[in-house]
Ligand binder design. Structure first.
Ligand code: GTP
Ligand code: MG
Length: 206
């Protein structure tokens, strides 16, 4: 099955996006396959709302494993299938916590096996921080590296998230200016805005 990797800085909304997107596709109960950095694996069966409470939160580096949801949606007489993998937030430099360093390394190694890369950016922070200067801690050197790598693969898309918050429009416009409108989709993981466009993109690779 093809893999769609959801990647980006910590706290940008990767986990919430995965869970709400699965719900948008009609899944109510999620089978979440967890791959730990120590090589152990675990499967959790969760309702979407419970998963949101458990797996997503305001603290940075809430996610420290690869968490995959198998998306399976009817298409005529068969099913479209795709793996949606949530990852550990990436940061620049060497993180002081060894466990987070390991988790980031696991995330980076998963990049090579992904057909679709969904690079999530906090557009609200990007637009609010930079106030037109073009510099923001919401777009880090690691984002430049991800964008460079991603653009060499067919399935790369930037998700300008948190579009429901103030400042996000300016952040989205900055991203479009830099990468072109076709590469950037404005979304709200919280409210489901933009999910139709993301669905069209990922199903092309399913
Ligand atoms: N308003 C708003 N809040 C959002 C949105 N997406 C995520 N959030 C909030 O942002 C915080 C971080 O969301 P997560 O989904 O846990 O972010 P993450 O990127 O998985 O974070 P880590 O696992 O820590 O790297 C949570 O408090 C979410 O409720 C959005 O579209 N709009
Ligand atoms: Mg997370």
């Amino acid at each position: 099955m093809k893999r769609s990797l959801v990647i980006g800085n910590a706290n940008v909304g990767k986990t919430l996006f995965c869970l709400r997107f699965a719900a948008f596709l009609g899944l109510r109960q999620l089978r979440v396959f967890v791959e730990r950095t120590d090589g152990k694996t675990e499967e959790k069966l969760l309702m979407v709302d419970d998963a949101q409470e458990l797996l997503s939160g305001p603290d940075a580096h809430h996610t420290r494993d690869l968490q995959t949801i198998a998306l399976s949606v009817p298409r005529g007489k068969s099913n479209r299938q795709l793996l949606l993998t949530d990852t550990t937030g990436l940061t620049d430099g060497i993180h002081p916590d060894a466990k987070i360093r390991e988790a980031m390394a696991q995330t980076l190694s998963a990049l090579t096996s992904a057909q679709v890369i969904l690079h999530v950016v906090d557009a609200a922070r990007l637009g609010s921080d930079s106030s037109g200067s073009g510099k923001s801690s919401a777009w880090k050197p690691v984002d430049d590296q991800l964008a460079e790598y991603g653009q060499s693969c067919g399935g790369y898309l930037i998700l300008a998230n948190k579009m429901d918050l103030p400042g996000a429009k300016a952040g989205y416009q900055q991203l479009c200016k830099r990468f072109g409108k076709h590469r950037v989709v404005p979304v709200s993981a919280l409210y489901g805005g933009g999910f139709r466009e993301v669905k069209q993109h990922v199903w092309r690779f399913a």
